[in-house]
Write a new protein. Structure first.
Length: 101
């Protein structure tokens, strides 16, 4: 299984970028994207940026990845999903059933 990791671009050089994120600094290919600016967040799979993220999306993904590590260690993850503690999660609109389906 391959997980996407949010990383922030530090330096852009052609179709490569020096990024920092979970696991430390890394050289990332930007070949699949129009080169994002320095400071942008990208979703990285196997050292290749696949999507540009907002800072909020990057934070949510980072929280979910931290929750996986915490849960595997037997810890509580409620503080990492504060927006879900008092309500049931909802599917995004594109995954919800439509009346005709």
């Amino acid at each position: 299984m391959c997980l996407g990791i949010p990383m922030r671009i530090e330096v852009v050089s052609g179709i490569q970028a020096q990024c920092v994120g979970r696991g430390g600094p890394r050289t990332v290919s930007l070949a699949l994207l129009d080169p994002p600016p320095v400071g942008a967040w990208v979703l990285v799979h196997r050292d290749t940026a696949h999507a540009v993220l907002s800072a909020d999306e990057a934070h949510q993904i980072a929280q979910a990845l931290e929750a996986l590590d915490t849960a595997l260690d037997g810890g509580s993850v409620d503080h990492l999903f504060a927006d879900l503690v008092d309500r049931a999660p909802e599917l995004p609109p594109h995954l919800r059933r439509t009346p005709e389906s």
